[in-house]
Design a protein around this ligand. Structure first.
Ligand SMILES: [Zn+2]
Length: 376
């Protein structure tokens, strides 16, 4: 029973059945193969981390590919490359996938006789994601307890948002201290924290909220204006500036999904772009309704959102992704599957093009058309 289920789940990848005994053995793990590929070990205790993507990260310092040691899989949300241990090895070395097992036996030893790998870190229990109604109420209560720091207000104004919009949208500064006290208060108010990404229990079992790095909290809203999740625009980082608020891999924590964000109300024609903050800025500057995806390869949530929008009368989609996308063929692949999906769903679609010296449509309107300065 166990046997067929596991092989199916793992697509036979790196875990194959013993040919003679007919029992299932875990042969190789992602952690065994990483040193062979020169991929650095994850920070201590982490089972999910980001590395350079051999497909789309031309700059060796970029890290778009996620490796999950617990599930023995990898996935790049930027270019869509994904798979298991054998796929990763093949991708890195150019070895045909069907030859990989043979090579691993040669390099790592026969899996039946090689010594057992070191004890795995205990698996942390996470909560399943709760419904959007609950998440919205909890996040609204959280944001009402936070403030927006003056430097963050400056930053948002310098992008073209107005004070009224910033307040209406609910942008706040991440809590640096007092997360435990806020969570305790919220729990006392009868709010649900389990299954809301960002909340988890500390060592003494008390609820708290993640506090990793200072930044601006961005509410990510669905078609009905409900907060589905939060993103952080992190201060003082140059890469992966925007991250989901997530308490994955923490006790009773919860992981975020690649939610879409709608700025404005559904209209016959909407703009599709990347990133919720960008969507809010474009909406404020133009009055157009803007839907944001977290990345061109995050299509699952996009399809769900578009189904709702289609029912509400949306007919035409104008895509406005950053101009540097045009130079990366792997990201372009993602863009092609996106437009294919739009066509299949019966939408008319087109693309906005603008002066490529401005990276995003928001930059182009703010700086190129309105001649406003935007500090970084
Ligand atoms: Zn990639």
């Amino acid at each position: 029973m166990q046997y067929s289920k596991r092989v199916k789940k793992n697509r036979g990848d790196g875990r194959v059945s013993h040919p003679r005994k007919g029992c299932n053995m875990e042969l190789y793990h992602m952690a065994d193969v990483l040193p062979l590929l020169g991929i650095p070990e994850p920070p201590y205790g982490r089972t999910s981390f980001y590395v350079n993507c051999p497909c789309c990260d031309t700059d060796p310092r970029k890290k778009h590919m996620n490796i999950n040691l617990q599930k023995d899989v990898f996935r790049c949300p930027r270019c869509g490359a994904s798979g298991g241990i054998f796929d990763l090895y093949s991708l890195h070395t150019g070895t045909p996938r069907e030859k990989v097992r043979e090579i691993l036996v040669e390099k790592l030893g026969n899996p039946e006789t090689r010594p057992k790998r070191r004890q795995e870190a205990p698996i942390v229990h996470e909560c399943p994601l709760t419904d959007v109604d609950t998440r919205h109420v909890t996040y609204m209560a959280l944001l009402s307890k936070l403030t927006l720091a003056p430097d963050h207000l400056e930053n948002l104004l310098a992008r073209g948002l107005t004070e009224a919009e910033i307040s209406r949208l609910g942008y706040k500064t991440t809590p640096i201290v007092g997360s435990g006290a806020i969570a305790r208060q919220m729990q006392g108010d009868g709010l649900y924290l389990a299954g809301v990404p960002g909340f988890y229990r500390n060592e003494s079992g008390a609820w708290t909220f993640v506090h990793e790095q200072r930044g601006i909290l961005i509410p990510v809203r669905n078609v009905h204006g409900q907060i589905q999740g939060l993103q952080i625009r992190r201060d003082q980082v140059s890469r992966r500036k925007f991250r989901w608020v997530s308490s994955a891999e923490k006790p009773d924590g919860c992981r975020a999904e690649g939610w879409t964000h709608l700025a404005g109300v559904p209209t016959a024609r909407i703009i599709l772009t990347e990133g919720p903050m960008k969507a809010d800025v474009i909406h404020t500057l133009t009055g157009d309704t803007v839907l944001a995806v977290p990345g061109v390869n995050a299509l699952t949530q996009l399809e769900k959102a578009l189904e709702v929008l289609r029912a509400q009368g949306v007919e035409e989609i104008k895509t406005a992704f950053d101009m540097d996308m045009a130079t990366n063929e792997h990201v372009q692949n993602g863009y092609h599957s996106l437009t294919e999906m739009l066509a299949q769903m019966g939408f008319h679609y087109g693309t906005y093009l603008w002066d490529p010296q401005y990276k995003g449509l928001d930059d182009y309107i703010w700086q190129g058309c309105l001649h406003r300065h935007r500090p970084e």
